[in-house]
Design a binder for this molecule. Structure first.
Ligand code: GLU
Length: 309
């Protein structure tokens, strides 16, 4: 039996000391104001016990980690029809790449690059007002985390809405192929707001525990998705969750994971635990620098890589 509490506190203390902290994202101006000195970690185990270290209760902008929740929601609405609009292969390209979309006739490579996530959000939006679609996403996240206090940081959403020209280009390009059904500005509005959901490591690890337990909430036993769907979402996280850094993350950490430019990483140790780490400074691929290092240290110490100890 590992002493998880001791290990997470140890890793948090080690990360607090490190001088190399990466660089905070500046292309969304509001994210540039976040203090890079922060680090948090939370683990929710099989029995629903939570182990935390560092700034585990500080809310941060989950950004692209929201794509895990919208993919889960959209699969619940559309089932396998979703895969007509978006692929499920790793992209090997940056998160906001335009060039790949042109080669592939407006069909995004996977649901975790920006283009793919905008297409998934558009699917959730169809037949609804943006406010309703956003309400649906937020309610789902609150339900999963068992925490009604989770909210959208309107400042971050407005900041990205003002500056998200790349995402607008991706959405318009997909619209020209009929991949986006709704007006582009409405799909983007919902996307920017879902990315601006603020959550702490504790809330995030709690919300994702169903992915570590065959689709069930380990505390209540209630099923969120079936086991096959949970397994498949984990597979996409492993192959596509870190953009063109996905191979490196699998190599070093060895767990399905999803990063966000707010500096969070959600990682799933199937059958064992759900883990959230956060440190705002990013590496050159837009993934949390210390977050990845902390997860590597954690899986090494625990022998949790899915590829073996
Ligand atoms: N809202 C961000 C964007 O669309 C999300 C990117 C990320 O977290 O990787 O650029």
């Amino acid at each position: 039996m590992h002493d998880l509490d001791h290990i997470v506190k140890d890793i948090a203390a080690e990360m607090a000391e490190r001088p190399d902290r990466g660089t905070v994202a500046t292309y969304i101006p509001e994210l540039a104001n976040v203090d890079a000195g922060q680090f948090g970690i939370a683990i929710v185990d099989n029995d629903g016990r939570v182990f935390t270290g560092g700034d585990a209760d500080t809310p941060f902008s989950i950004q692209s980690i929201s794509k895990v929740f919208t993919l889960t929601l959209a699969l619940g609405m559309a089932g396998d029809r979703l895969w007509r609009r978006v692929g499920r292969e790793p992209s090997g390209s940056p998160f906001n790449s335009v060039v790949q979309l042109e080669f592939e006739k407006g069909i995004p490579r996977n649901p975790f690059i920006n283009a793919g996530a905008i297409a998934v959000t558009d699917l959730i939006l169809s037949g609804h007002q943006p406010r309703e679609a956003l309400g649906e996403i937020l309610r789902f996240v609150r339900f999963l985390a068992d925490d009604p206090s989770i909210a959208i940081d309107e400042k971050v959403a407005a900041s990205e809405q003002r500056t998200g020209f790349r995402n607008a280009a991706l959405a318009n390009y997909m619209k020209s192929f009929g991949v986006i059904e709704n007006p582009v500005d409405l799909a983007l509005g919902v996307y920017f707001h879902q990315c601006a959901i603020a959550m702490s490591c504790r809330q995030l690890a709690t919300a994702a525990r169903f992915l570590a337990h065959n689709g069930r909430n380990p505390k209540t036993g209630l099923s969120v998705v079936n086991a096959e769907r949970a397994r498949r979402i984990n597979a996409i996280m492993l192959t596509c969750g870190h953009y063109d850094g996905s191979g490196e993350f699998a190599y070093r950490v060895g767990l399905p994971g999803k990063s966000g430019v707010g500096g969070g990483i959600l990682a799933i140790a199937p059958g064992r635990a759900s883990i959230a780490v956060w440190s705002p400074g990013l590496d050159q691929n837009g993934n949390s620098h210390l977050g990845r290092i902390a997860l590597e240290a954690l899986t090494k110490r625990l022998g949790w890589s899915i590829f073996g100890a």
